[in-house]
Structures are given as C-alpha cells and as structure tokens.
Design a protein around this ligand. Structure first.
Ligand code: E9O
Length: 605
C-alpha cells in the first residue's frame, strides 16, 4: 500500500484536525445507528492523537470499548472522474469507517494503515458524513493479545476492563493521519524496490503493480522509471512493469550518512502520463556473514535504543515536533539505530530514519504473549503463552507481518524484521508456530529476521532461535534478578551470553537492558532508581559486551520514559528512559553520548 501523495496525477486532502467524538459508555452507538444518524452531545477530539489523556477524566483515560469519531467534508466535484480513497494511518485496535452511513471498511490491527475506495458512497460537490468507530479491546487472536471483561462498579454498573499483558499503556484512538486522496482509474497500486551494488555501480530492481479496471486499454499503458540524484540530475531510466537499472558512481545510503535517490514511476499511455508516484530510495546492501551483521560490506554495530511512540497529552498520536526532537537526540547521543518496539511505527517516522541515516529494526506487535504470572528463571515449561493463543493468532501474526513488510519494504533504513518480543517459548507448540511464521516471512522479503527472547529462557533452551538470523536478548541481571547487585548481575550476564552463543552460534543483539531511574534522584553510593545506578549498570554491561565479538549491538531499554498501566512497580510509568518523557537527558544520556561518540559503527573488538 503506497503512502498517499500529491502528484501530477493524484489529489490529497488531510483530514487531520478536530473531529466530533463520543465514547460509547452505554454501548448504544450501534443500536442508535450513530454511524448513520450522527453523534449528539459529542466532545471535540484532535486527530491524530490518543484520546486517553486529552480530557480531564479518568473514565475516558481508562475507557474500554467503542469510541466514535465524526467529521463532515465536502468532496470536490472535480474528483468525480477519479478513484477516491479514504486512508487511516493507524487506529488502535479495531476500526470501521462509514461514509454517509455506508460501511466502507473494517480493519483489525492497531499499528498499520487501512484504506478503502469510497466512490460508491460519496456525493461529489456536496458535504459528506464520515464516521470512524474505533474499539480498543484485545483478544487472544489479536496482536498484542489480551482480553476484555466486565466488572461491577460501586453503584452496581457494568464496566468493561482490559487484561493486557504488555507493559506500555493501551493508548487508543486514531493515532496517525487520515487522508482523502485520489488516484486515476488506472493507477499504480504498489511499487517494490530492491537495491544492491557492484563496485561503484548501484543496482535497482523494481516492480510496479498496476490496477487497471479497463481491460481494453491494457496494452496501451507502459511503466516508465526515472531516477534522480540529490542534485536532481537524472542518473538512470528504465521501462516496463518489472526491471532493473544501473547507477554509475553510486553514492550509497550509509548509517549516519544517508543519501537518497528519487525514484519516479509513471504510467504512460500514448505520450500522456496517467499516473505518477515517487519514492525516496537508498542504495545499500544488508548481509549476515561469519557471524557479523554487514551493511554495505562493513560489520555494523547497533548503538541505540528500544523506543516507543509515547508522549505527554498526545499519547501515541503522530507528532512531527516530537519526532524531529527524537531524531535530533539520537544524533546528539551518537546512536545509529533503534528497534520499533513493540509495533510498526508511523511511516512518517521511517521517512525520517531514511533521511537521518538511522538504522531501524522493524517489529510486529507480537508482545505480551507470555502469561501474566511471571515464573522464575528456568521454570518456564508449560506456563508460558496462555493456552488461548492458537492457530488463529498465528494467522494474524503472519497477516500483520505481511502488511508490515508490504508497507515498509522500500525504506533503506529498515535492515531487519523483528517477528516477536519475548514471545518464543519452551513448550513444544512454539516450535511449529515460529517455524511457520519465519518461513512465511522469508517468502515475503530477504532481510534478516530477529527473534527477541527474555531472560527467562536459559541459554540453549530456546526452541525457535534456529529459525532466525539474529538473536535478540532482553537481559536485566542486576535489576529484575540479583536486584541492586550490579556486580553479580555482570557476572551472570557474561556467562549467559557466552553460553547462549555457544549453543546457538548466531550473532547476538542486546535488544533490551536497562533500569528504572527517577530523574533527579541522586545517591552515592548508588542504589536502584538513582541516576548513578543507571550509569553504573550500563557501564558494567558495556564492559561485558566489549569483550564478546559475537555481540553485534546494544539497544538500551528505553530511549525515553513512557506510560504504562497502573502497577506497583510502575511509578507514573516505566522509568527506564535515558531521556525523560519530556525528552531531557538523565545522567546516563551524557555517559552514552561519550561512549557512542568514541566507538565507530564497525566497533571491531
Ligand atoms: C518488555 C518491555 O516492553 N521487556 C520488559 C520491559 C520492562 O521494563 C518492558 O517495558 O519491564 C522486561 C522484561 C523482563 C522480565 C524479567 C522477569 C525476570 C524474573 C526473574
């Protein structure tokens, strides 16, 4: 699915802004046909934004169920001859779109875009009524998994609650932009670009998928490709739906040194351009060889973070200011990469990663698949995933992986797919589950695959690592175990990593390690939660990583403090950020800046 774009052949109207909004506390929206009759006594709500923290209302913050968004929009008369689409960047977690009372789209998945043609439902040149219903419940067949249930409040009223198993707050609502856009009747539905190089010659292979309702004109339409460099010089051209072209004296897309070419695709009929679309592409190569992760033939050492889309007030709503601030901080701290823990981030974020030269590990929302009763280390057998996670969940896992890859495949910043966070289990059925998942993903794209394990699976006991290229480990010795004892944690860490490598013989990425830290809390000697403790913990871990050549990277948990559900161990959220939630540095940020500034992207040990 191509991101909406204003081109010589396509129109674009943003529906971001203020919508009418109503949370359906009494579950009456469907009965009273709000999608057709409209909302009465509504509130105002910004789009994109999570609705939870906008009002001053605990009931809305913790609301579980259906909310309704409504907006009226005039659709230009001139659009009558075009194919008109509505597209939502993401809404968490289950959505329906009605246009003038007609249901045009239903979609499950909280972190990926969905769209529909709406020609049949709209009145051109007149006002149209758009309603988007969003439900934030989770089931055992959604990702992330969870379960809604009812409780009775003090007055005996039924109230819905959500059992969720992942750490981050279940922010809900329309999180990414809503667009109306047009394409010509015959248009490009998808473009795939793959890159490589030999010597100083870049190689671009591409494929264009056309949508051509009118069979008769089939032969008459041809695809034309042009590639421009950053100085806007034409450097390559090709024709045909599928093909490849060479770029002489190529400038590669390099980590922290991005170079983007403009790939322009046109559908041409009798010298007339029917449709036009362009992509920013980077020419680069990713390989795994001799236990090393190579970008453009050079070993790449991941320095960075697991992140979240999370901020004050807006929750998970896309925010350009915050995103650019984040990329500036990544640059400042000399990070070269991040993981989109624990869901695919906005396409707008990946565009920035392409431009800033930040390497991305793109993750599906497979998080919280471990039952809530956390067992002790090594005592996992049989207790891991809830029984309710089944083949239907796997189907959903594969579908969302397919949609993530289809959406993100053309981003040079994306170098690896992460198919699960802390989900692989020791019980026998995990093996078949992950085998099928990894095999399906390999058919979709040739980037390496990452599986992220947590510290409950002892080295060598993971039944699914064999299906993956890189092993991600979330390790917290000295925090969740050996609590407060960094020395003991360090000893355990080293042994663990060595045994894990011995057993799996695969590159290891530290995909999470870190400690909750209250900004401004200072203690000497250090104790848990102090800024000093965070620095000492990170230093100890780095001393171990620097001795082990098979460790191919370090992603600190987390880039910034983030909101979670209410819990005894969560004081106003998860405080493992190196930056505060307002994106100001803790002491550890200065320490990391020094470390990462002094080791190269290759970090040969
Ligand atoms: C997932 C991430 O979303 N990993 C968690 C992070 C955390 O800070 C969370 O925010 O809690 C770490 C999981 C570690 C579990 C260790 C249990 C060990 C018991 C002995």
């Amino acid at each position: 699915m191509l991101y909406p774009q204003l081109t010589s052949s396509r129109n674009l109207i943003s529906l971001s802004g203020i919508w009418n909004f109503k949370a359906d506390y009494k579950e009456e929206g469907y009965v009273n046909q709000w999608y057709l009759k409209g909302l009465k006594e509504y509130d105002l709500m910004p789009v994109p934004a999570s609705y939870n923290d906008i009002a001053v209302d605990a009931a809305l913050r913790d609301f579980v169920g259906d909310v309704w968004y409504e907006r009226k929009v005039v659709i230009p008369k001139q659009w009558e001859t075009e194919n008109v689409m509505i597209r939502v960047g993401s809404a968490s977690h289950h959505s329906k779109i009605w246009v003038n009372g007609v249901l045009v789209k239903e979609y499950t998945g909280g972190f990926l875009p969905f769209e529909s043609t709406i020609n049949e439902a709209i009145q051109f040149g007149e006002e149209n009524h758009i309603v988007i219903g969003v439900n934030n419940e989770l089931t055992w067949q959604t990702l992330p998994p969870g379960e809604a249930y009812y409780v009775e409040d003090a007055d005996g009223n039924r109230k819905k609650k959500l059992k969720q198993q992942h750490d981050f707050f279940n922010y809900s609502g329309i999180h990414r932009p809503v667009y109306l856009y047009t394409t010509p009747r015959t248009y490009m539905e998808d473009i795939t670009v793959q890159t490589d190089y030999e010597g100083d010659q870049g190689i671009i292979s591409y494929q264009v998928v056309m949508n051509q309702p009118d069979e008769e004109s089939r032969e008459a339409v041809t695809v034309k490709i042009e590639v421009y460099d950053e100085e806007n010089q034409l450097v390559g051209a090709a024709a045909g739906e599928k093909g490849s072209l060479q770029i002489d004296r190529v400038t590669l897309w390099q980590p922290q040194n991005a170079y983007l070419y403009k790939f322009v695709a046109k559908l041409v009929s009798k010298e007339h351009t029917l449709d036009e679309y362009s992509l920013n592409i980077g020419i680069r190569k990713v390989q795994i060889e001799n236990g090393q992760f190579l970008i453009n033939g050079e070993p790449f050492y991941f320095k960075g973070f697991g992140k979240h889309e999370d901020m004050d007030v807006k929750g998970k709503g896309l925010d350009d200011a915050m995103n650019i601030r984040d990329f500036n901080l990544l640059k400042w701290i000399h990070a070269n990469s991040f993981r989109t823990s624990h869901y695919p981030y906005a396409e707008e974020v990946l565009d920035l990663a392409d431009r800033y030269g930040i390497v991305v590990i793109d993750e599906v929302p497979a998080v919280g698949m471990l039952g809530q009763a956390v067992p002790a280390i090594g005592e996992l057998d049989g207790v891991f995933t809830d029984e309710k996670i089944n083949d239907e969940t796997l189907k959903e896992h594969i579908r969302l992986t397919r949609e993530m890859i289809a959406r993100d495949k053309n981003h040079p910043s994306v170098v690896m797919w992460s198919l699960a966070n802390e989900a692989s289990v020791m019980e026998p059925r995990a093996e078949a589950y992950f085998k099928e998942l990894a095999e399906a993903a390999r058919k979709m794209d040739d980037r390496p695959l990452l599986n992220v394990n947590l510290m409950l699976i002892e080295p060598g006991k993971c039944k699914v690592s064999k299906y993956f290229d890189v092993i991600g480990l979330n390790l917290y010795f000295g925090w969740y175990s050996e609590r407060g004892d960094i020395d003991a944690g360090k000893r355990r860490l080293k042994q663990w990593l060595q045994e894990c490598h011995e057993a799996e013989k695969k590159p290891i990425l530290l995909s999470e390690y870190g400690v909750d830290t209250i900004a401004g809390l200072h203690k000497e000697p250090a104790i848990m939660f102090s800024e000093e403790f965070q620095v000492q913990f990170l230093k100890a871990y780095h001393e171990v990583f620097d001795q082990l050549p098979f460790v191919i990277g370090e992603h600190v948990w987390n880039f910034a403090d983030f909101m979670t559900g209410q819990d005894l161990v969560r004081i106003d959220g998860n405080k493992k950020g190196v930056f505060t939630r307002q994106r100001q540095p803790k002491m550890a940020a200065h320490y990391l800046r020094e470390r990462w500034g002094s080791i190269t992207n290759t970090h040969s040990k």
